[in-house]
Design a protein around this ligand. Structure first.
Ligand SMILES: Nc1nc2c(ncn2[C@@H]2O[C@H](COP(=O)(O)OP(=O)(O)OP(=O)(O)O)[C@@H](O)[C@H]2O)c(=O)[nH]1
Ligand SMILES: [Mg+2]
Length: 625
């Protein structure tokens, strides 16, 4: 995609018409006032090298200072700018402002048209433009003098654009399509149509899509590009999508068409802000930006009120970069690596630009974490670096959804994980990835906790997993499960709900032996009608002993308040079998009398036998299975 840029009345729209034959000014008010107000669109066909041709969309932007907002919406997804400077007027305020906006948005290529060459003295203006561009990304841009009056330079401009396009990489496809909507309208018989410049991935006819913010689900009926039906829209394409199930109100400029794979939009995020060193005039836009300022954030085709908190210094000075948290009045659908522009609340000045470093926006006052984040801005295309910093920032990450909102494909993310694993920078366990050192620290503290507990309570079969999790203060189930699985692949085993070293043999400490004897005796007195459990464990030590007896199998637990010696449990079972074989199905009360037990014991006891499928309940009687 190509977009014009430049000061009002410098001949952008006239040039687009001369290049394409299409007048991009379509609104009656635009015709009347002879000024561009909103974005205009045209298609440029150019002869490329080797008989090839370029079909490229042009977005024509307004130059007037009141409509910079619309201009930004037009240049969010472009790869090449056609910067227009009128030969009779030279470099003007919106030439400068547009240049800064293009730079903030990461546009790296431009061709300059010196328009109205029939009216001006092109040599001096060429010198001035060179001057202005020398410290910009467009320092080596071709400068072509043109006149739509005489036709001079139009062919030269076409070949300059073609040669520029020939050396550009195709727009990246990372499988995450976003169409930032710049227009929505209704066509009779067709319904709602939205247009935009597609980035990040393909969209296809009949595809299910989601409109963000708002998570509105719908389906694409058809797609057009420059008036032609297409099955698939590719990244970089000017795209018109027919969404008959939505109304124009639901999907105006600023919304995003995407697929269902992503988390909701965010209203808070972390970004690196940058203030251009350039200052055309000593005006508001050149003053440092203060932490706490209210601004307008322009992202994609959206504009949202936002508040900035600088995380390190209090001021963002000209020529500097600062990491900041942005809190928005309403959520936007931003990815890590996205660029944006900040303007002042009265919409008079462009203040700064920025790149989203973390769309999920927690605050990072921690210096090490800030450093990790800032590193991302220096390598926005480096999946390895982004994955590594993500793991570093959050200690542990779920692999599912890792860096979903980024400019990296799932394949690139998986490759980066694999590489980091091979380099032993991270560990990957099942569904999670962690810093190698953090993981080791976590495992060590889990081990220490288990060892301490079993040293203190050698009679225990293991450490309760729920207790371990609470002690580690780990909230993520995936993480905790991965930790336990990892430990159990080495020196630990999992037994029901406990974890224990393989070598551990539970043993009652000698000083508790007398208590064990006491409990044993109490359970023997009336073997089938022992005292309630609470009478056996009146203090912590007795509790420990009884728990040990249960875990070691010496005592059987029938309910929270009923325990029996294992051997008595077996004897009772045999007695029940004898009684029923002789007398036929029996009630609880018959069995209770026969066994000299009590209802308190008999009810949970028989329920246990039912569960073991030893007995079977028919009405109020038990028979044998
Ligand atoms: N003499 C001369 N006049 C031109 C040329 N190009 C444009 N103009 C005139 O300059 C005026 C402004 O042209 P536009 O193309 O509307 O300018 P623009 O940059 O699109 O203006 P905005 O979109 O409002 O910022 C019109 O009256 C044009 O006819 C040229 O090459 N030579
Ligand atoms: Mg115009």
């Amino acid at each position: 995609m190509l977009a014009t840029a430049g000061h009002v009345d410098h001949g952008k729209s006239a040039l687009v018409k001369a290049l394409t034959g299409t007048d991009p000014d379509r609104l009656p008010e635009e015709k009347e006032r002879q000024i561009t107000i909103d974005l205009g669109f045209a298609e440029l066909n150019l002869a490329g090298p080797d008989e090839g041709r370029f079909h490229i969309g042009i977005v024509d932007v307004p130059g007037h200072e009141d409509f910079v907002r619309n201009m930004i919406a037009g240049v969010g997804s472009i790869d090449l700018a056609l910067l227009v400077v009128a030969a009779d007027d030279g470099w003007m305020p919106q030439t400068e402002e547009h240049l800064q906006i293009l730079t903030y948005l990461g546009v790296e290529r431009a061709v300059v048209a010196l328009t109205k060459s029939d009216l001006g003295e092109t040599e001096t203006v060429t010198g001035q433009v060179h001057d202005r561009l020398h410290d910009s990304p467009f320092a080596s841009a071709q400068i072509i003098a043109t006149s739509v009056r005489t036709g001079d330079g139009i062919e030269a401009l076409k070949s300059a654009l073609a040669s520029e396009l020939a050396t550009m990489d195709p727009a990246r496809d990372y499988g995450k399509p976003r169409l930032f909507v710049d227009r929505a309208f209704t066509l009779r018989g067709v319904g709602t149509v939205v247009t935009g410049t597609l980035t990040g991935g393909q969209l296809r006819r009949e595809q299910k899509i989601v409109v963000q913010p708002g998570n509105l689900q719908t389906r694409i009926r058809s797609i057009q590009s420059h008036g032609r039906e297409v099955k698939v829209a590719e990244p970089g394409m000017r795209t018109a999508v027919n969404l008959p199930d939505l109304s124009v109100e639901q999907i105006g400029r600023g919304t995003v068409l995407t697929i269902a794979d992503f988390e909701s939009p965010n209203a808070t995020f972390i970004a690196l802000l940058e203030k251009s060193v350039r200052s055309f005039r000593e005006n508001t836009s050149a003053r440092p930006l203060k932490s706490g300022s209210s601004v307008y954030l322009h992202h994609g085709t959206s504009r949202t009120a936002a508040k900035i908190t600088l995380l390190k210094n209090r001021l963002l000075e000209r020529g500097k970069k600062e990491i900041a948290q942005l809190r928005l009045a309403s959520a936007i659908f931003a990815f890590g690596g996205d660029r944006f522009v900040l303007r002042d609340p009265s919409e008079q000045h462009t203040l700064a630009g920025g790149m989203v470093l973390d769309p999920n926006g927690a605050e990072f006052r921690d210096q090490a974490k800030r450093k990790l984040l800032i590193g991302r801005a220096t390598a926005p295309d480096d999946a390895h670096l982004w994955v590594r910093s993500e793991v570093g920032l959050r200690r542990f990450v779920s692999i599912q959804g890792l860096l979903d909102k980024s400019h990296f494909s799932n394949g690139e993310i998986a490759d980066a994980l694999l590489k980091l694993k091979r380099e032993e920078k991270i560990v990957v366990h099942d569904k999670i990835a962690a810093n190698a050192s953090t993981w080791k620290a976590l495992r060590d503290s889990a081990k220490r906790l288990i060892d301490n507990r079993l040293n203190k309570n050698p009679e225990r079969a293991g450490y309760d997993l729920s207790e371990l999790r609470a002690a580690l203060r780990e909230k993520s189930t995936d993480l905790f499960e991965a930790l336990v699985a990892d430990m159990c692949s080495h020196e630990f085993v999992r037994k029901q709900s406990t974890i224990t070293p393989r070598s551990h043999q539970p043993a009652l400490p000698a000083k508790l032996h007398p208590l064990a004897l006491k409990i044993h005796e109490a359970l023997c007195k009336k073997p089938f009608d022992p005292p309630p459990r609470r009478e056996l464990e009146r203090d912590l030590e007795e509790q420990r002993v009884l728990k040990f007896l249960i875990e070691s199998g010496e005592v059987t637990e029938l309910s929270s308040d009923v325990v029996l010696l294992r051997e008595n449990f077996e004897r009772m079972k045999n007695a029940v079998a004898d009684f029923i074989s002789k007398n036929g199905p029996a009630t609880v009360s018959e069995l209770r009398q026969a066994l000299e037990s009590s209802r308190r014991i008999m009810v949970p006891f028989l329920e246990r036998l039912d569960r073991e499928s030893f007995t079977w309940r028919v009405g109020d009687k038990r028979t044998l299975r």
